[in-house]
Design a protein around this ligand. Structure first.
Ligand SMILES: Nc1ncnc2c1ncn2[C@@H]1O[C@H](COP(=O)(O)OP(=O)(O)OP(=O)(O)O)[C@@H](O)[C@H]1O
Length: 659
């Protein structure tokens, strides 16, 4: 439904400024206003944003405000990726590199770069510890730092012809590093990634914008290969980083530029989002830019405004006099792991609002109990922007172990999706040789094609091939294996043998506990997932899953696998008679950003859950912004689930601290 512009929106629609910044608060109509601007522009419009979720929301608003009008909306990452492909295909500035999709794939390259720098240092005295192979935490921190350097364009300095001691020192001081060896390792890493200018061997998503800026700086004429729009509309401007900021300046050319953002919604600090580009940095780049406000929320009423002010004092949030929202508090006993989920489901049943209702989680691990409670109650739901716990790699890896231990594959027959996810889970979780190329070369059984794909096909054709994944691949020692890898493979083989031996007598929960202890899953998790918060969330998922298995009592592995299968089938979104989904949304704060629902349920408002573990004031401030985003998704009502009076000390500091 189209809406009539407010006076603030009118002012924005009338502005003729070549560069316009809209400074806004949550729910004040940012995306709606961009869609209105698109509707009145006769020329080519390109919408841009910084996350996939924001892109989809932008499309939804366009469909409402300018139906029938074709407007392309891209993430800046996708724009950069497609332009790099175009430049590689049409120009002589770049060979098309291999593309990587995750940080995990960068880990062996970082270890190799560290080893190379260490060898160069041999004989020289240094206190720096170059052994990254065993310390996931250090690799994680290095990769995060490298991503930040890329986002701030600092890595482009490695391309300078004169990269001397002075530049090393400058970078150390810019990133507050005591060890210049870190910069040396990054220098080596980037040199391996790009042996010569324009000859890039591999790219991860964090590279797209930075690499494109590098090419456009060196070959400004390459910009003519890129499409030209008349109007560029950028949503969620608060997420922009330095690389994206410069890219937009280079890419823009004659286009009119309108950006809109809310600095309280920065929950992407690790991607280098920088408030400077909403303040002084923007003014410096665009001295003639006009700034206009969107100050009044069209979504939340005064009670939500009060709550938002408790979560984030001085956020300057204004509610609209015509909007009314109700805030409720529900209590649960936090010593019972299922109590919160039960309370949430009871409230969801009371509201019975289907698609107008969302349960917003701080993190995906909270979904294990909530999903199980929803499934037990027969309430349909859709996981929004994340996979159901039943399909996550860590759970799929454990399920695969159970199948192999008990030799029962019946629930996998004709279930292509689960078979493929299981291979993914095993490769993510239990394969430690690092380089898939080793694996490709050594397992001629799959021929010379894409071994990984063939492995999946083999398991889909015959799920019993999972057994071979362990006995023929994951546990097989190779001549190039390090001592650590060998020990891990022996451990995996031993644990599997023990599980097989006990499968007929032990319950599924006991077998899973054996796997968890025997494989030291916390250590395996930290080794697998480079991001600490991600690893922490995976561990919480595993703990909740083991609890769930224990609640199945004496059920043996085949019965437990059957139960999981039944639940997995039940999660598949069902539509009602009209074709519309009756399912409620199960979202995370990240995936809910920019969205709204009539009713929002916010579970687990307790310390350690929301906020998560916070080590410093910055992390706590980020948790406040997470809460600001979560609360401001509600229109008519919000229910907060908090520990009961007997456990009041555990209630979330975010809402109860003296600010
Ligand atoms: N002029 C208007 N009159 C009535 N309702 C409006 C108007 N403009 C926007 N809205 C409504 O206000 C709500 C919030 O709009 P929108 O999602 O565009 O805000 P936003 O600022 O982008 O939100 P967020 O902060 O979540 O990103 C939507 O329901 C939208 O339809």
């Amino acid at each position: 439904m189209r809406v009539l512009p407010s006076s603030e929106q009118e002012a924005i629609l009338k502005s003729r400024a070549q560069t316009l910044m809209i400074e806004a608060r949550a729910g004040t109509g940012k995306t709606t206003t961009l869609a209105m601007l698109a509707a009145q522009e006769p020329g080519v419009v390109l919408g841009l944003c910084f996350s996939e979720g924001a892109r989809l929301r932008f499309y939804e608003k366009l469909a409402l405000e300018c139906p029938g009008r074709k407007v392309q909306v891209l993430t800046v990452e996708a724009l950069a990726r497609s332009q790099l492909t175009r430049i590689a295909e049409h120009g002589s500035w770049l060979d098309l590199p291999q593309r990587w999709s995750s940080l995990e794939q960068m880990r062996p390259m970082l270890v190799a770069a560290a080893n190379a720098v260490w060898q160069r240092h041999a004989g020289r005295y240094t206190e720096f510890d170059f052994d990254f192979e065993r310390s996931t935490q250090r690799v994680e921190m290095m990769l995060q730092l490298l991503a930040q350097m890329k986002a701030t364009l600092a890595t482009l300095r490695f391309e300078d012809e004169v990269f001397d001691d002075f530049t090393f020192d400058e970078l150390c001081s810019q990133f507050e590093l005591d060890d210049r060896e870190i910069v040396e390792i990054f220098h080596e890493f980037e040199r391996r990634r790009q042996p010569q200018a324009g000859h890039i061997l591999w790219q991860a998503p964090v590279d797209y914008a930075t690499d494109l800026v590098s090419i456009l700086r060196r070959f400004p004429e390459a910009v003519h290969d890129m499409p030209q729009a008349n109007l560029l509309l950028v949503d969620e401007w608060h997420d922009v980083n330095a690389a994206e900021f410069e890219l937009l300046q280079l890419f823009r050319r004659q286009a009119r530029l309108v950006v809109v953002g809310d600095r309280h919604q920065v929950i992407n600090a690790e991607r280098g989002a920088d408030p400077r580009f909403s303040g002084g940095g923007f003014e410096l780049a665009f001295p003639d830019a006009e700034r206009l406000p969107l100050s009044q929320s069209r979504r939340c009423g005064v009670s939500l405004k009060k709550l938002l002010e408790r979560a984030l004092p001085k956020c300057g949030f204004e509610s609209h006099p015509d909007t009314y929202s109700e805030v409720r508090h529900a209590e649960y006993d936090p010593s019972d792991p299922q109590a919160c989920a039960r309370a949430v489901v009871a409230r969801a049943q009371e509201l019975a609002r289907g698609p107008d209702l969302a349960i917003i989680l701080r993190e995906v691990d909270q979904s294990v109990e909530i999903e199980n409670a929803l499934l037990d109650a027969g309430l349909p739901y859709n996981c929004d922007g994340f996979a159901s716990y039943l399909q996550r790699p860590e759970i799929m890896a454990l399920r695969a172990l159970l199948h192999v231990a008990c030799g029962d594959y019946s629930t996998l027959k004709a279930d292509k999706e689960s078979c493929e996810l299981m291979v993914d889970g095993l490769q993510t979780y239990f394969a430690v040789s690092g380089e898939r190329s080793d694996y490709d070369a050594d397992h001629a059984i799959y021929g010379s094609g894409d071994a990984y794909k063939q492995q999946k096909d083999a398991v889909v054709r015959d799920p019993e091939t999972l057994e071979f994944m362990f006995s023929g691949l994951l546990c097989v020692e190779q001549p190039y294996d390090t001592g650590v890898t060998r020990r891990w493979k022996q451990r995996l083989a031993n644990v599997l043998e023990q599980m097989k031996a006990q499968a007929s007598s032990a319950s599924a929960a006991q077998l899973l506990q054996l796997a968890s202890d025997g494989l030291d899953l916390p250590a395996a998790t930290r080794r697998t997932f480079v991001n600490r918060a991600h690893a922490d969330s995976v561990l919480r998922t595993l703990r909740a899953f083991l609890d769930f298995a224990r609640r199945q009592g004496e059920a043996k592995a085949p019965a437990f696998l059957e139960e999981l299968r039944r639940r997995q089938v039940a999660t598949r979104g069902k539509s009602g008679k009209s074709g519309a989904s009756k399912a409620l949304a199960l979202a995370t704060v990240q995936s809910a950003k920019g969205r709204e629902w009539q009713q929002v349920l916010l579970p687990y408002m307790e310390d350690g859950q929301f906020p998560r573990v916070t080590r410093n004031a910055e992390e706590f401030a980020e948790e406040r912004r997470y809460l600001y985003v979560a609360i401001s998704r509600a229109i008519a009502g919000l229910t907060l689930f908090e520990p009961d009076a007997a456990h009041a000390a555990q209630r979330s500091r975010l809402l109860n601290a003296v600010n």
